[in-house]
Design a protein around this ligand. Sequence first.
Ligand code: ADP
Ligand code: TRP
Length: 336
Amino acid sequence: MAATKTYLTGIQTSGMPHLGNYYGAIQPALAAAESNDTLYFLADYHSLNSVKEPARLREDVRSVAATWLACGLDPERTVLYRQSGVPEVFELATVLASVTAKGLMNRAHAYKAARDRNEAAGSTELDAGINMGLFNYPILMAADILLMEADVVPVGRDQAQHIEYTADIARAFNHLYGDAYSFPVPEGAYPQGEGSVLPGVDGRKMSKSYDNHIPLFMAENRLKKLVRRIPTDSTPVAEPKDPDSSVPFQLLAYFADAERTDGVRKRLEAGGMGWGELKNELFDTINDRFGPMRERYEQLVAPGSELDDILEAGAARARGRAAATMAKVRRAIGID
Ligand code: ADP
Ligand code: TRP
């Protein structure tokens, strides 16, 4: 049997996750947890760079944690914690900064994009409005990963550069201190294939930044309204329709079983189903699938639920691993 690998991923805490996040990130991460050592954490200090409202930051962290638990994350099996609950992350970030070339950070996509926006706006100061948290973001992320000696980091493709930077930073450390201690050099695991991007209500990739998303646990009546408002053309009920060019059908195909999807496909093609009925079918499918999880979600986000204890127990386990790594790192660098 192959040795079990350590999987680690950080979850941005920006509002309630949507169906695309479920399909592209949550579901595969829960599947990976069945047969691997897994650590999943809420990247609250990364969120601090963009969220400056304390109440919202607090609420987002609880909402995202409750979502993962409601979707089936088993906190006995997976270490679920808040980044801020593991202070060793910040200690390691300082150590890593000392072996990281500033030029590497200058070339980071997120930082460059912020400078390009300033340039496009005609600003003479290209760093205007850019905080050091954004500049240091890749180093903090490398610390998250290396601290837990992760082997595999499942993330979206947009994060590939961050994983490459983490590997570069690990190699730089290992080159200097490898006689005493070496970090495992991690690799990214990215979603495969064309079918991995769920469309939003306007047909583009579902994303919070396009505001075309369906939040996982929105209230039933609001979900119904949102599904009914998905744009469709004016083909009459009795006319044949092309299921594959219809957003409600594409979404249905992700969440209904093969038999149900096939039945709907045949009726649309034969001209026996209108868009309204298709949307009712989509609403029922989403509601049947996520309704029970929504109830659990609501219990967990309520103040005083067991959520805070679960996160604290996860942080205690994560700190145990962090302390072991930091003892080796400190000895290797001569600060012990
Ligand atoms: P958003 O685009 O809404 O801001 P994020 O970029 O925070 O979402 O994505 C978080 C995770 O969810 C990533 O792993 C990403 O690959 C996945 N994801 C986001 N949107 C989709 C989608 N439409 N289809 C599949 N996976 C998605
Ligand atoms: N940057 C990641 C994102 O935007 C979140 C993140 C922070 C992360 N630290 C991490 C992901 C460590 C994987 C490993 O999605």
